[in-house]
Design a protein around this ligand. Structure first.
Ligand SMILES: *Cc1c(COP(=O)(O)O)cnc(C)c1O
Length: 363
């Protein structure tokens, strides 16, 4: 069996958690502070604020930027639902801009078309580990005075023209077990702005700076020291894992070069893609899935229904036509690319895809 994702927890992570358990300091404490410092240094940001998940990271980031009722935030319809739900949690309204079909990331031209006097922020998602067209997005944000909140939940370590994700604004990361690095559950927000960082720390902890003095409405979105202890170990290993993901992706792309009907992922020029997912587009998706299943190979469809087509958004009255996102949902298929695959595993994945796309279609 070759799984689609595999969290890598070694002896070091186990020892680090046991050490925290023995220390008696379980909730947010010195391990969280250390993880924040190391994470900020790793992404080249001045501040990092640890929270309970990628979803709460996005929620806190929007609140800290002052996004609320009456405001609109532009995001992509082709992502995990949290990318849009966080805007609703903040009391604001998501507006969806279609994607660039070749990269699956938000299309800057489509963002421009969604801007209204109520727009406050752009929330681009570096989907599958591929950086968005940040130079174009930053230019739009600058022109219209909008904040940028990057959803980097799938893009730990990704870069564009040597610039790490997160350096265009406020960036949010997830440490869910299937992500490029994990803490079980967990999230992180990075920023260079000291006032924003301070507000995020308050919102994560019941609006307090001083114990039991509550200056604003906050939440309990804290990370535990057990999680941070795992994260500190994972952070030392993630660059190597990303390198292995890139190697596996390059091999898959080479092996699938001649497969009929298979569009392999295109890396944006200047991008350091971290291949959270290796996603192909294929017309005969059901047949490929059958071949993978028969051979015990895992796969994923990220995402089968675009966000604006989900029931929760249909009930909110969304009826946008977003053809590139809809076309992607119908054809995408993610194949195993995680760092523990052997070369033989990668070849087995490619063989299954090639075999399925070679068979004649029976009518
Ligand atoms: C995983 C993910 C999130 C949410 O992170 P959680 O830690 O699961 O809450 C948000 N956006 C994207 C693009 C994600 O992949």
């Amino acid at each position: 069996m070759i799984p689609i994702a595999k969290p890598l927890i070694g002896e070091e992570e186990k020892a680090a958690v046991l050490e925290v358990l023995g220390s008696g300091q379980l909730a947010q404490g010195r391990r969280v502070r250390e993880f924040e410092e190391r994470f900020a240094a790793w992404v080249g940001a001045r501040y990092a604020v640890a929270v309970s998940s990628g979803t709460t990271a996005l929620h806190v980031a929007l609140l800290a930027h002052g996004v609320g009722p009456g405001d609109e935030v532009i995001t992509t319809p082709f992502s995990f639902i949290a990318s849009a739900n966080c805007i609703v949690y903040a009391g604001a309204t998501p507006r969806f801009a279609d994607i660039e079909p070749e990269h699956y990331t938000i299309d800057p031209a489509a963002i421009e078309a969604q801007i209204t006097p109520r727009t406050r922020a752009i929330l681009p998602v570096h989907l599958f580990g591929q950086p968005c067209d940040m130079d174009a997005i930053a230019a739009i944000a600058e022109r219209h005075g909008l904040a940028i909140i990057e959803d980097a939940c799938q893009a730990h370590g990704a870069q564009l023209n040597g610039r790490p994700m997160g350096s265009w604004g406020t960036a949010c990361y997830s440490f869910y077990p299937t992500k490029n690095m994990t803490t079980g559950e967990g999230g992180m927000i990075t920023t260079d702005d000291p006032a924003l960082a301070e507000r995020m720390r308050m919102i994560r902890e019941h609006g307090m700076r001083q114990r039991y003095v509550h200056e604003t409405l906050g939440y309990n979105f804290r990370m535990t020291d057990m999680q941070a202890a795992i994260g500190l170990v994972q952070l030392r290993r993630v660059d190597g894992w990303n390198e292995q993901r890139r190697r596996n992706a390059a091999l898959l792309t080479a092996l699938l070069a001649d497969a009929a009907d298979v569009e392999t992922p295109k890396v944006r020029p200047g991008a350091l893609h971290v291949f959270h997912q290796y996603t192909v587009a294929v017309e005969s998706r059901d047949r490929v899935i059958a071949a993978l299943t028969e051979r015990g190979i895992g796969y994923g469809i990220y995402y089968p229904i675009p966000i604006h087509r989900q029931q929760v958004y249909q009930e909110r009255g969304y009826s946008d036509a977003l053809p590139a996102a809809e076309a992607a949902s119908a054809r995408v298929l993610s194949l195993p690319v995680h760092p523990v695959l052997t070369e033989a595993d990668v070849k087995a994945v490619a063989d299954a895809v090639i075999a399925a796309t070679r068979e004649p279609v029976l009518t």
